[in-house]
Design a protein around this ligand. Structure first.
Ligand SMILES: Cc1cc2nc3c(=O)[nH]c(=O)nc-3n(C[C@H](O)[C@H](O)[C@H](O)COP(=O)(O)O)c2cc1C
Length: 184
């Protein structure tokens, strides 16, 4: 599978990093774009370097590289995940204002009817955020939120992050063998 991964400047860069690690383990081909504020949060929140994170992807592109393959619907991408997705990037997707490669790639996924998962992170949510989520959902995107499922009895932040990442993997149709599913 060819999967685009966007990391934007919302809190939770660890979600994008763990997703890249899981996709690498599954031998998926990943195409990574990190926004400048995504680079900031990677450094600030995780202590990882941006170069380390780029090294987890099969390919990476500059945020302003609108000539990258991801920019075209003719590139045979299977899906895109933006994790975490800021409210600014969500707004760009909802309005079709494709000012950078992350938003353009998401826009291409919607027009080509490909899976687009947005791990949106903000709290509390304004009317504008909620309307943008509704617009993106109506256009075909899947809005996921990085909220823990307490029935899995997470013992650490790592457990919570992993469960969310495995839910994304599951949504992509890839094997999520570690995902804890509710069983009554
Ligand atoms: C430490 C830090 C945490 C942030 N957390 C969020 C957040 O959770 N959600 C959000 O929408 N924006 C957040 N922001 C603001 C975004 O980084 C900012 O709106 C930026 O312009 C987003 O651009 P991008 O989507 O191109 O990365 C945060 C900024 C910083 C510096």
């Amino acid at each position: 599978m060819k999967i685009a991964v966007g990391i934007t400047g919302a809190s939770g860069a660890i979600y994008g990093i763990r997703l890249l690690e899981e996709l690498k383990a599954l031998e998926a081909e990943t195409h990574l774009v990190i926004s400048p504020w995504g680079e900031y949060t990677i450094t600030e929140e995780t202590g990882r370097t941006v170069e380390e994170v780029k090294g987890l992807a099969s390919y990476w592109y500059g945020e302003k590289d609108m000539a990258a393959s991801l920019s075209s619907g003719s590139f045979p991408l299977d899906a895109m995940v933006i994790a975490p997705c800021s409210m600014k990037t969500l707004a760009g997707i909802a309005s079709g204002f494709t000012e950078d490669l992350i938003i353009r790639s998401a826009d291409v996924c919607l027009k080509e009817r490909r899976k687009l998962i947005l791990l949106a992170r903000e709290s509390p949510l304004s009317l504008i955020h909620l309307e943008n989520m509704l617009t993106a959902t109506r256009a075909g995107a899947v809005i996921m939120l990085p909220v823990p499922a307490f029935y899995t009895k997470p013992a650490s932040i790592e457990d919570m992050v992993n469960q969310t990442v495995w839910r994304i993997i599951d949504h992509l149709g890839l094997p999520a063998k570690n995902l804890k599913r509710w069983e009554s």
